[in-house]
Design a protein around this ligand. Structure first.
Ligand SMILES: C[S@@+](CC[C@H](N)C(=O)[O-])C[C@H]1O[C@@H](n2cnc3c(N)ncnc32)[C@H](O)[C@@H]1O
Length: 267
């Protein structure tokens, strides 16, 4: 079992779609017009396709493809969002390269699942049309209590034999200044930044509910064949999260750091 091969659950993932879409719209606000009348646009790690559909709304004349390596996510994306100028295809971001010049390559909340992703940048920038853009957002919260507690529990005596190596660490993503260096060295005019959102979540155990859609997927996948063990892990983890993220009078504040970069190739 590797951290890069969790089984995804689009229904669980979309339960917090409102909060999760905000960083994408903030990213998109910094993306310039892709060059050409009918630019090609790729969304790497498109998931359930809901943010890919926002690309189609903004650039209705574009030819847009959402790529993902999860059959579950692609099924949902096709069922909900496939249409004129907007399609979905299976591809692995570890090996995908553009087959023709793209006006925009975008990736939202995905590259943290792609070890060594900065090594892929050169191929993606080479695949941009002159004046094209590569834009992405990754979570930068691997040292937040939600992830530290998950790793601590997975590494405890009870779980370490079954969960060793399953979870990702802080090095899954780079600081914004390192992304800026990489992309500038590839000849792009680059804007890189970070933001900590404070999502105000509702309901019981909302942080657990959130990570069940993403960060906890590798654990849920590793223990999928043993529901009793999976439930025991979730019960212990839930208790730790309740102390780390107490509910307030208006909901449960959930600080979440994210890292962004927008790199524009010379026209
Ligand atoms: C957190 S979801 C984000 C989905 C979508 N971009 C969004 O913002 O809603 C991460 C997505 O990355 C996909 N993914 C992870 N590793 C991948 C890889 N190596 N190649 C392609 N997709 C990958 C997963 O299948 C999942 O759909």
């Amino acid at each position: 079992m590797s951290a890069a091969t969790p089984v995804w659950d689009p229904v669980q993932y979309l339960r917090h779609a409102g909060h999760r879409t905000r960083p994408f719209t903030d990213l998109l606000a910094r993306v310039p017009e892709p060059p050409g009348r009918r630019p090609r646009i790729a969304d790497l790690g498109c998931g359930a396709g809901n943010v890919t559909a926002l690309l189609a709304e903004r650039w209705p004349a574009a030819h847009i493809t959402g790529y993902d390596n999860s059959p579950e996510m692609l099924d949902r994306a096709r069922a909900e969002h496939e249409g004129v100028g907007l399609g979905f295809a299976e591809a692995d971001a570890r090996t995908w390269t553009p087959d023709e010049p793209h006006g925009l390559i975008v990736s939202n909340a995905t590259l943290q699942w792609v070890p060594g992703h900065a090594d892929r940048f050169a191929g993606w920038i080479a695949g941009l049309a002159p004046g094209g853009t590569f834009a992405f957002q990754v979570p930068g919260n691997f040292d937040a209590p939600s992830h530290v507690l998950m790793r601590e529990l997975a590494g405890s005596a009870r779980w370490r034999d079954r969960l060793s190596g399953v979870l990702r660490h802080q090095e899954a993503v780079l600081p914004p200044e390192t992304y800026l260096e990489h992309l500038t060295a590839l000849g792009c005019t680059t804007d890189a930044w970070e933001t900590t959102y404070v999502h105000l979540l509702q309901g019981e155990d909302p942080v657990l509910d959130w990570v069940k859609g993403t960060g906890l997927r590798p654990v849920l996948t590793a223990l999928a064949d043993d529901p009793e063990a999976r439930d025991a892990f979730v019960t212990e983890y839930r208790a730790a999260l309740r102390s780390a993220y107490p509910a307030g009078p208006h909901g449960t504040p959930f600080p979440f750091r994210r890292v962004f970069a927008v790199a524009v190739k010379e026209a």
